[in-house]
Design a protein around this ligand. Structure first.
Ligand SMILES: [Zn+2]
Length: 205
């Protein structure tokens, strides 16, 4: 996440369901990720109570909990402050479905959740609401959150959405971006979920 420049310093955070989906392992608050070891990662229950770990869970734990608790289809969440996706979050406009990989992996147009202060329950609830059954949503004037059937897939969502936001910016500078049709989007998304991704899921935890 850091090497791909999706976040700076300790901003941005990651979580995953563990223990038959009864517990969540999540990155800690305010600790340099480069020095973090496996055993230091906080583990919380589905109510957000810390069960294990040296450090306190991320200050965005309510965002992660809202998604992991209510979306039975996902097991990983990644929240980033990547530049181009954040630019869309600042103008509070959805990222349109313009490129195949983001449509397949993230599920189509990327909606924007209204602004709420970080760490509030309202933020998590609104992200969950606007995301519907997709794998990503923008958070107004803040950043992006990607989800997936694995943490690895949530990371992939963050990468392809950031790339789509960047492509949109460049395309607009040289012409008028064309938007993929709703029908094509749903065919590609279905295809990805049903077959293409299966190989990817193997061994991904
Ligand atoms: Zn943030």
């Amino acid at each position: 996440m850091i090497e791909s420049k999706l976040v700076a310093s300790t901003w941005g955070n990651v979580s995953a369901k563990v223990d038959n989906d009864n517990l969540i392992v999540i990155t800690p608050s305010g600790v340099d990720y480069k020095n973090l070891t496996f055993n230091e990662l906080p583990v919380i229950d589905m109510d957000g109570k810390k069960i294990y770990g040296k450090y306190e869970p991320s200050s965005e734990k309510l965002l992660h909990l809202a998604l992991l608790k209510n979306r039975k289809d996902i097991h990983g969440v990644m929240h980033t402050h990547s530049i181009y996706a954040s630019a869309f979050s600042v103008i509070r406009e959805a990222i349109p479905p313009i490129i195949e990989d983001m449509v397949q992996i993230a599920g189509g147009e990327i909606p924007v959740a209204p602004y709420h202060l970080p760490g509030t329950p309202e933020l998590g609830n609104d992200v969950l609401r606007v995301m519907q059954d997709k794998y990503g949503a923008l958070m107004a004037n803040h950043g992006f959150v990607g989800v997936g059937r694995t943490v690895h897939e949530a990371f992939k969502v963050c990468l392809v959405v950031e790339k789509a936001a960047q492509i949109h910016f460049i395309a607009k500078a040289i012409g008028t971006p064309n938007i993929l049709s709703e029908e094509d989007v749903s065919i590609m998304r279905k295809g990805y979920l049903e077959s293409y991704s299966k190989h990817d899921m193997e061994g991904a935890g």
